[in-house]
Design a protein around this ligand. Structure first.
Ligand code: TXA
Ligand code: MG
Length: 363
């Protein structure tokens, strides 16, 4: 007779529990995290795929569930700034000022890694990315888990980040123990990543906290290659499939009227050739193009970047599900949150960016 040993199941699981975002659901989720399991949860930006950041087996399971390369480091989420010494060896004064101004909130700080943070979290590097999320469910869950929580966005590697529990399940059902359903996430694009290990703070990823707000507090902030709009458009880099839909996406950058004219001409050409086309555009353009016969996902009023950010990934998923021949999208500039919108759209476009002034057409 064989003895049945309890063992940790490493392969695909049969199904993922959906937990409600109430006291009982959060307690169950926290117990799973303490047991080394993976739980997806809402943050104010996007859903995160959480695991105990200080437990190497949980960290390895995060990479496996996402299909993420080991070279891409994870963000560690804390419930309180008092937990910073658990993950970093030193907190420079500039980090304290940023934390006071923006935490809890969508700002990730890159700091020197503490030795007890598994190297897998930092992809072998000397720094660790840390943030204190503002979402009440995230905060309650991390506090109840009692450990820093490593959490990348809860999507399969290369897919669009999830802004609802349904998006999480679409990518990860059966691969993680549970998801806490806290409804749609209020910001909708990922946190700003700021590197404080460089002589001048460097913006590595534009996100929920704007460059303008950082510069107001810090003075000088350098732009990492990804954070500079031109660079993002020119060289999507190694992770170019990040945020990418299945249908090829084209991003048009330029003043409103020429951009609209480009969208119309391109959409009409596709339709005339018997191809389907999707438009990822603000409400005003959606109304303008309603009669074309294209699949349209309105994003919100063109000047309401917060509304557009909230809707961006859900709209991208919805449009992609209709499998149009290609998706055409319009840029919103670089002020405030629009810089993050451009970054995500340019990445989804993976180089297919049309600049209407100076006109470079890549691909
Ligand atoms: O809003 C967010 O940040 C979400 C929620 C769940 O908190 N998380 C998120 O994680 O977007 P992820 O893994 O999808 O993106 C983390 C980004 C990656 O671009 C990664 O390369 C960068 O942060 N990163 C992580 N650790 C880093 C480090 N030590 N140095 C530089 N970049 C780092
Ligand atoms: Mg991600």
């Amino acid at each position: 007779m064989r003895l049945l040993q309890p063992c940790r199941y490493n392969g695909p699981m049969s199904s993922t529990q959906i937990l409600s975002a109430d006291t009982a659901g959060i307690a169950t989720a926290a117990a799973l995290l303490r047991a080394g399991e993976l739980v997806a949860f809402p943050t104010e930006t996007v859903y995160g795929l959480g695991g105990d950041a200080l437990r190497p087996s949980a960290v390895a399971a995060i990479f496996a569930a996402k299909g993420r390369p080991a070279s891409d480091p994870l963000i560690v989420h804390l419930a309180s700034p008092d937990d910073l010494p658990r993950v970093t060896v030193s907190v420079p004064p500039v980090a304290e000022r940023l934390a006071t101004a923006f935490w809890p909130g969508p700002l990730t700080l890159v700091l020197p890694r503490a030795p007890n943070v598994p190297l897998a979290v930092t992809a072998g590097g000397p720094t660790v990315a840390v943030r204190l999320p503002a979402h009440p469910v995230a905060r309650a869950l991390i506090a109840a888990a009692g450990s820093p929580i490593a959490a990348p966005s809860a999507n399969r590697f290369g897919h669009t980040s999830p802004t609802s529990a349904a998006h999480v399940l679409a990518d990860l059902d059966g691969r993680i123990a549970a998801v806490v359903d806290g409804g749609p996430t209020p910001i909708g694009v990922e946190s700003t990543v700021l590197d404080l290990s460089t002589p001048v703070p460097t913006l590595l990823r534009p996100g929920g906290v704007s460059l303008e707000a950082l510069r107001e507090l810090l003075g000088e902030v350098a732009l990492g290659s990804r954070a500079s709009p031109k660079e993002t458009m020119r060289s999507p880099g190694l992770l170019e499939r990040h945020y990418a839909p299945e249908s090829a996406l084209w991003l048009v950058v330029g003043p409103t009227d020429p951009a609209r004219a480009w969208l119309r001409t391109e959409a009409e050409a596709d339709l005339a050739a018997g191809r389907t086309v999707g438009l990822l555009v603000p409400d005003e353009d959606a109304a303008l193009f309603a009669g074309l016969g294209a699949a349209i996902e309105p994003l919100g009023p063109a000047d309401d970047h917060a509304a557009i950010a909230r809707r961006l990934y859900a709209a991208l998923r919805a449009l992609d599900a209709r499998a149009p021949g290609r998706i055409l999208a319009r840029d919103f500039g670089t002020s405030g949150l629009a810089r993050a919108l451009r970054d995500r759209l340019a990445r989804a476009a993976a180089g297919r960016v049309v600049l209407l002034q100076g006109l470079t057409r890549q691909d």
